[in-house]
Ligand binder design. Sequence first.
Ligand SMILES: Cc1cc2nc3c(=O)[nH]c(=O)nc-3n(C[C@H](O)[C@H](O)[C@H](O)COP(=O)(O)OP(=O)(O)OC[C@H]3O[C@@H](n4cnc5c(N)ncnc54)[C@H](O)[C@@H]3O)c2cc1C
Ligand code: FES
Length: 321
Amino acid sequence: MSDARNEAGSPAHVQVRGTVLTVRRVDAYYAMTVVAPGVAARFRPGQFVAVAVGGPETSMLLRRVFSIHDVRPDHGGTVEFIFATVGPGTRWLAERRTRDVLDIAGPLGRPFPLPRDPVNCLLVGGGYGSAPLFPLATRLRGRSCTVDFLIGAASADRVFGAMTARRTGRTATVTTEDGSLGGRGLVTDVLSQVIHEGRTDVIYACGPMGMLRQVTAVASRYDIPVQALVEESMACGIGVCMTCVLPVVGDDGVTRMVRSCVDGPVFRGEQVRWNDIGTIPFDALGAPGWKPRPQAKPRPAVSRPAGPSSRTPADGAGHDR
Ligand SMILES: Cc1cc2nc3c(=O)[nH]c(=O)nc-3n(C[C@H](O)[C@H](O)[C@H](O)COP(=O)(O)OP(=O)(O)OC[C@H]3O[C@@H](n4cnc5c(N)ncnc54)[C@H](O)[C@@H]3O)c2cc1C
Ligand code: FES
């Protein structure tokens, strides 16, 4: 485990054996609640857990990572995550039962930065990507921000949290590709309209990479900052293997390959080079043939007091930790 520590000097994350409290079906997904007081106590919205799968004899050596959807004080502290069954690890998890024990590490990654002032926040989620937006919404409302939801998926059973969004959001707009719930189409089809109606100041988004890229493109037309939670494949989840790198432009204008597990998973949308994900761009720091630019002057950081947009992807300025 990494020895990252929080401001109080205690470990920022822990590795525990957590007892499964419940595993239940929620439409196309599973919701798993695990007793893990150390993880629950440290959690900030946007962070994730890394779960060992397959049991002690398994050939599945890598942990699987999931955004934390909810923490509760019951049983000393529980953590809930929502998952789709897509492969052997998640299928194994879906077969766990109450009182099974899981090896779980967390909370990992940098949380969503929170605005300093009460602003209008739009939370955009695709599929199970809306799961981490609900604890964020609670924190934002605690800071007197307004919260609008825009969530969608391929079909009604893959929209996560529509009822909660309608109950707790100032507004909740739902789209499905097949039209089985809400408007037919993609969340990005109606994004401009929702931004106008909600007078959005900042967008928080989580979902497939294509959705995040498109949300960032639309938001940039209105000069609205986007905090995007990316789902880049991860192996270790703690910053040692470099599996999860993606190209991100820093405030100095230099592209760096940064690790989404420890430098993210939340990044400023406009700083991610969405079209170059999966590659090492030739102009990225340290890329083959890259040469340092002589006397490159750092660009002054742009200050936007109304929102969290003045932060670099890797700094923690303004995080409510
Ligand atoms: C920050 C983050 C948050 C995530 N949150 C959720 C969530 O809330 N709910 C959910 O269902 N899934 C989430 N995922 C994706 C989840 O980690 C994968 O679906 C899961 O690891 C697949 O494991 P598997 O053995 O079933 O499938 P396999 O495809 O067999 O996985 C094999 C390997 O590939 C990696 N992998 C496969 N698909 C993905 C993917 N989409 N993203 C990242 N790594 C992948 C796994 O970590 C594993 O090491 C998240 C991923 C990241 C990076
Ligand atoms: S997953 Fe290993 S460095 Fe990020």
